[in-house]
Design a protein around this ligand. Structure first.
Ligand code: ZN
Length: 105
């Protein structure tokens, strides 16, 4: 069911109010800490993979287009990558988001 513009603004205002409470601030701080840790792991994995794994050959998913990127399924395994073309990489990322968000719910 689509949310009306009025309801959307109400929810947004509620979220902003929550973020000003101590509980809201704590939740935000906790999220930010995790986010920074995830970003560090991600940057580290990219650096390691870029040096160690040359971009060559065809995309491992569609096997039609040249590989232009390294897809990480798990940033804690920097060398475990799938060489993919742009569109396959987008699909792989979307699938990964779907899987990881399903696990946390
Ligand atoms: Zn592809």
């Amino acid at each position: 069911m689509p949310v009306s513009e009025k309801r959307r603004l109400q929810l947004r205002a509620g979220g902003m109010k929550y973020r000003r409470t101590q509980k809201g601030r704590d939740a935000m701080a906790k999220w930010l800490k995790g986010y920074r840790k995830r970003e560090r792991e991600k940057n580290r994995a990219h650096g390691i993979a870029n040096k160690a794994i040359p971009l060559e050959g065809l995309c491992r998913r569609c096997r039609k287009l040249p590989a232009v990127g390294r897809h990480h399924e798990d940033y804690s395994k920097p060398l475990d990558v799938v060489l993919a073309c742009k569109s396959c990489h987008d699909i792989l990322d979307a699938e990964k988001v779907k899987r990881t968000s399903a696990c946390t719910e």
